[in-house]
Structures are given as structure tokens and as C-alpha cells.
Design a protein around this ligand. Structure first.
Ligand code: TMP
Length: 218
């Protein structure tokens, strides 16, 4: 992995996947393992929408209230702007490892793939919120590595219904999650350097081994 990818000394990693694919289960394990690999670095575990006090208020609204789909996209990016400014950028600047449970790939997958907004419109928001200038060099702030937990929409729905009460997104039908999944896979196939595809139908132990071997090469 190219640690200088974001022109900061820190390392930025995101976890992605449709609801029920199991990404959150693996974040804790991953953070413990990467802490062994980089004992001198501070680990910051965070999430989107959320990660700041304003972001958590926006999360509450986003996951519970109905709203126009453009409002939804704008609030996701509002939460992200605050998250980058308050948490992600300061941490990366001081050399920390930032692990975010979801980042901008979720917006493309859910708001474009799922809801049907135009990719170009979100690319505009992405550029606006994530462009940074360091040493006169302008770049798009992105995770160096994104773990995509991939699972069929049917299997994910079964897992969700066994474990929790659905929020606004989790109540959506299987077709919605099929589209979200396809958009994730399309993005991953366009950026094989950043994405690591994890087959979430495999056992937790097998996935943990894959995460460990990935960390060993970081
Ligand atoms: P979580 O419970 O996995 O943290 O996910 C929160 C929900 O928000 C999940 O259903 C995905 C959705 N979401 C979007 O629709 N767009 C986004 O940009 C983000 C970050 C999350």
C-alpha cells in the first residue's frame, strides 16, 4: 500500500458493503491487527454518516426521516465535510491510522446505484468536499484501501432480519440492495488498486485470515 497516497503521513482505510454484509463485525478485529503492525501509530475508528457531534445528529435524521433523495445526498456530504474537517484530516496529518465504517463509495452505491441519482452529480460533490491542496499539489482525499464486503442481497437480508430492527435504508426491498451491490462492484472493478473485495459468504475465520494477510502486505 502506498502510504503517501493522500499526501499525509497517516493511513486512511474504509470498510464498505450493503447492510447485513458484515463489515462492522470485522472492523474491531482489523483495528487490533493493524495496531500490531504499526504499534507506534494511533488508531482512529470512525463512521459515516456520523463521526462528529453534528454528523451523529445528521445520521439520526438520515436513518429515520423521509426526505427528498437529493436532500439525502446533500446531508450525507454535509456529514462527510464535517467528518473530514474535524476528524479525518487532522488525524491523517498527524500520522494516525483512520478506519472509517463507510465513506464516499457508500454515497455512489446507495444514492446513485440504489436511489438513481446521477454519478456526475455526486462526482461534483465529491470533488467539492474532498479536494485538498498540500504543498501546492491538489488531490482528491480518498482512502488508500477500501475493503468491500460483498454478499448477495438475499443473504444480506436474511442476516439483517435475524439480528436487528431495520432502519430507513434496511427497510428497502431486495431490488434496491441488488442495485447498491452492483454499483459497489462496478466501482471496485474500476479501481482495483484501492479496493479489496471480500467474499462475505465465507466464514468469519477465513475472512479474518484474509484481513491478516492483507495487513502483512501493508
Ligand atoms: P451503517 O449502519 O452501516 O453505518 O449505515 C448507515 C446507512 O446509511 C446504510 O444503510 C448506508 C447509508 N448510507 C448512504 O446511503 N449513503 C452514504 O453516503 C453513507 C455514508 C451511508
Amino acid at each position: 500500500m502506498n502510504i503517501q497516497n493522500n499526501h499525509y503521513p497517516g493511513i486512511f482505510i474504509s470498510f464498505e458493503g450493503i447492510d447485513g454484509a458484515g463489515k462492522s463485525t470485522h472492523i474491531h478485529f482489523f483495528s487490533e491487527e493493524i495496531a500490531k503492525r504499526y504499534p507506534e501509530k494511533k488508531i482512529v475508528i470512525t463512521r459515516e454518516p456520523g463521526g462528529t457531534s453534528l454528523g451523529e445528529k445528521l445520521r439520526e435524521t438520515l436513518l429515520n426521516d423521509s426526505m427528498d433523495i437529493r436532500t439525502e445526498a446533500l446531508l450525507m456530504f454535509a456529514s462527510r465535510q464535517e467528518h473530514i474537517a474535524q476528524v479525518i484530516e487532522p488525524a491523517l496529518r498527524q500520522g494516525d491510522i483512520v478506519i472509517s465504517d463507510r465513506f464516499t463509495d457508500s454515497s455512489f452505491a446507495y444514492q446513485c446505484g440504489g436511489r438513481g441519482l446521477l454519478v456526475e452529480d455526486l462526482e461534483y460533490l465529491e470533488r467539492w468536499v474532498q479536494t485538498r491542496v498540500v504543498n501546492n499539489h491538489s488531490f482528491l482525499l480518498q482512502p488508500q484501501t477500501t475493503f468491500l464486503f460483498d454478499l448477495s442481497a438475499q443473504a444480506a437480508e436474511q442476516r439483517r432480519s435475524a439480528t436487528r430492527t431495520p432502519d430507513k435504508f434496511e427497510e428497502l426491498d431486495i431490488e434496491f440492495f441488488n442495485r447498491v451491490r452492483q454499483e459497489y462492484l462496478r466501482r471496485a472493478s474500476n479501481d482495483l488498486q484501492r479496493f479489496v473485495l471480500i467474499d462475505s459468504s465465507l466464514s468469519i475465520m477465513v475472512i479474518q485470515e484474509q484481513l491478516k494477510s492483507r495487513i502483512a502486505s501493508m
